[in-house]
Design a protein around this ligand. Structure first.
Ligand SMILES: [Cu+2]
Length: 67
């Protein structure tokens, strides 16, 4: 089990957080998703989670991962 940390840009409310949480939860191997709204911090826990899949999931939710 590993933990990856990302910074998501553009989230403004709890609905944004929920969208990101939902999309990222669907990425293969993900077991837990934690999103902190004020800082945009996204912590993804799981097994062999693809970073590019997480980026794509965040984009699917309508936001962007800061490179
Ligand atoms: Cu929002």
């Amino acid at each position: 089990m590993t933990e990856q940390t990302y910074t998501v840009v553009g989230m403004t409310c709890d609905h944004c957080v929920m969208s990101v949480r939902e999309e990222v939860s669907e990425v293969a191997g993900v077991t837990a998703v934690d999103v902190d709204l004020p800082t945009g911090r996204l912590v993804v826990t799981g097994e062999d989670v693809s970073e590019s899949a997480v980026h794509a999931a965040v984009a699917e939710a309508g936001y962007e991962v800061r490179a």
